[in-house]
Design a protein around this ligand. Structure first.
Ligand code: HH2
Length: 280
């Protein structure tokens, strides 16, 4: 193992090879798989099959953040994700579980229940989220979202220069975490594909992965099945954007992403294995 590791509680995830984060949306309304895994047993079974296919992390979310999705209370969100986190974290030789939430109580309870990573789409802007991060040892995904309201983020997004604006935001959020004593080795940054971005912003951010990586933290990219892929392909149905998503993940990895967050694990594993074989 090289020196490149992501510290997530007692785990040290090796970043010598790209890691795949498999998505489990325990929601009725996620943009591409809403309702499919809303029940805990279905969500756990889906996670187990993604692990068997080669996912190194399972990301569990209980709130859809697609533009226009209904906000959910913390109680509802916790009721969705906690049984899934508990069951996955208790599995023998369990893979790391990430909790995808912007709500401090949900993050804290799930870490206590065994989640090793907090994935906050608002980049730990909430002071209570910073407290939760400082009070635990979990890995942290610090993501960029334009503004703080997913319902409004796609209303005419503007940047001076999207790559440098996003990098500056991520640098500032990481500094806020380190200022309260968070170990930099716990931190991963994410440009937040689709979170307050036009098609061209998303493409610039993918091209800009090396500039995001220059911040000095591992980079996570989540492009899977997103609308920009639909725009490029003229494909309305997110489930029919798999090959396009694999293309985006492959591009991201070839330009320095360490972790890709995906719905389609088996297909992404295939692509990354071929890229690794050629690269060697
Ligand atoms: N994208 C989504 C949710 N969480 N977390 C990170 N770190 N990066 C991302 O790009 C990201 C994320 C949105 O995708 P999905 O979970 O599939 O949809 P929904 O928000 O509708 O549940």
């Amino acid at each position: 193992m090289s020196g490149r590791v992501w510290r997530c509680g007692s785990r040290h995830l090796c970043l010598d090879r790209p890691l795949i984060m498999g998505i489990v949306n325990v929601t009725p309304d996620s943009f591409s798989d809403g309702g499919a895994y809303a029940d805990a047993a279905a969500a756990v079974a889906h996670a187990e099959s993604m692990l068997a296919e080669g996912a190194g992390i399972i990301d569990v979310g209980g709130e859809s953040t697609r533009p226009g999705a209904a906000a959910v209370s913390e109680v509802t969100e916790l009721g969705r994700v906690l049984p899934v986190v508990e069951r996955l974290a208790a599995g023998v030789g369990a893979a790391p579980v990430s909790i995808d939430t912007r709500h401090p109580t949900v993050a804290r309870v799930c870490v206590d229940a065994g989640a090793s990573i907090i994935n906050d789409i608002t980049g730990f802007r909430d002071p209570e989220m910073i407290e939760v991060a400082a009070g635990c040892d979990a890995g942290l995904v610090v993501m960029h979202m334009l503004g703080d309201d997913p319902a409004a983020m796609q209303d005419d997004p503007h940047y001076d220069d999207v790559v440098s604006d996003v990098a500056a935001f991520l640098g500032e959020r990481v500094a806020a975490l380190e200022a309260v004593g968070v170990d930099p080795k716990r931190i991963v940054v994410d440009p937040g594909i689709g979170f307050g971005k036009t098609l061209e912003h998303n493409l610039e951010l993918l091209r800009g992965v090396p500039a995001i990586a220059a911040l000095g933290y591992p980079v996570l990219v989540g492009a899977s099945r997103k609308r920009f892929i639909g725009h490029i392909l003229g494909e309305e149905d997110p489930k029919r954007r798999v090959a396009g998503s694999v293309g985006a993940a492959a591009y991201a990895v070839m330009h320095g992403a360490d972790i890709v967050r995906v719905h389609d694990v088996a297909e992404t594993v295939q692509a990354l294995r071929v890229i690794a074989a050629i690269g060697r």
